[in-house]
Design a protein around this ligand. Structure first.
Ligand code: CP
Length: 333
């Protein structure tokens, strides 16, 4: 059985097959069906794009969707193993996964990092329980570590703009400031897929904002196969100069993990980390990308996101098409 947890589990050819198919569906050249198949979307965290794009994706493919928000639609779920369940949680995720797997042909899970212990969060325990227990394909709709559907839509968008072969194309993945420490999943995922496709990756972040070392190791393994390159720097000029794609994202520091107060204090010295016209002018006509939602005039200025270099809405749209290709692969459409 195949799951869609991270794009790193798929070869460049397999990802290209998904992207090509998504493109054909977008252009109306192909209209596959998964009629009669059932998809359950289980959200432990809020969403605007992921929920709507998955629901419409399944509807357009002729399948059925049930969406559940754990904040109100389900019983409160326990994710610790072996505990005496005499607290608030009425159901264990093991039982929820086994039951939902009896109804569904695939299950999408959104479960962000809890934000207290990186050692625990980096194991993606809830997602792992569904993979282990549900007995049907699991689609990661963003976990602690990965947001593969975002990355697939992102790279589809890059290919639409620059052509199918993006080997050697410079991409700047830049940290940006934000009032809150956010999950690392999007940054990890654009990094991994850029490396998988052999891009010239510049990871630009202030000191203390390194990504998880297992993700970095995986990225380097992918680069060996794809013959791409990576440079990690805190020098904004160096990271932006001559780039063709600027991908902005804020994420929390592993150093301050679980201590929001200390991290907020630290971030006061990082005000310059915003994508503005000055930084975009360093690029070689670079396009601006962000997964959204974005804090305007904190992460990126209005003039950049509303300017002609911005492709953020193509990116958001392509989530729909890319996810249709993923669902077809997993459900046999
Ligand atoms: N980019 C993204 O996943 O958006 P939502 O959090 O709104 O689903």
């Amino acid at each position: 059985m195949e799951h869609f947890i991270t794009t790193a589990d798929f070869s460049a050819d397999e990802l290209d097959e998904l992207i090509d198919r998504a493109g054909r569906m977008k252009r109306g050249e192909e209209a596959p069906t998964v009629a009669g198949k059932n998809l359950i979307l289980l959200f432990f965290n809020p969403s605007l794009r992921t929920r709507t794009s998955f629901e419409f994706a399944m509807q357009q493919l002729g399948g059925n969707t049930v969406t559940l928000n754990t904040g109100g639609d389900t019983w409160k779920l326990e994710d610790r193993e072996g505990v005496v369940m005499d607290g608030e949680a009425a159901e264990h995720i093991t039982d929820a996964a086994r039951v939902l797997g009896r109804y569904a042909d695939a299950i999408g899970i959104r479960v962000f990092a809890a934000g207290e212990s990186w050692e625990k969060d980096r194991k993606d325990p809830v997602l792992g329980a569904f993979v282990r227990e549900a007995g049907v394909p699991v689609v990661n709709m963003e976990s602690s570590l990965y947001h593969p559907n975002q990355a697939l839509g992102d790279i589809m968008t890059v290919k639409e703009h620059f052509g199918r072969d993006i080997r050697g194309l410079p991409i700047t993945i830049t940290w940006a400031n934000h009032p809150n420490p956010l999950p690392m999943a999007v940054a990890n995922s654009i990094l991994l897929i850029s490396c998988r496709f052999g891009m010239d990756v510049r990871l630009v972040r202030p000191e203390g904002y390194d990504l998880d070392e297992t993700v970095m190791d995986r990225a380097k393994e992918l680069l060996k196969e794809s013959k791409g390159s990576i440079r990690v720097t805190d020098n904004i000029n160096e990271g932006f100069k001559g780039s063709r794609v600027v991908y902005a994202k804020s994420w929390g520091s592993i150093r301050f993990y679980g201590d929001k107060k200390r991290e907020r204090e630290h971030r006061k010295s990082l005000d310059g980390w915003i994508v503005d016209d000055e930084k975009m002018a360093l690029t070689d006509g670079g396009v601006f990308m962000h997964c959204l939602p974005v804090r305007r005039n904190v992460v990126v200025t209005d003039s950049v996101i509303d300017g002609k270099s911005s492709i953020v809405y193509d990116e958001a749209e392509n989530r729909l098409h890319a996810q249709k290709a993923v669902l077809c692969r997993l459900l046999g459409g």
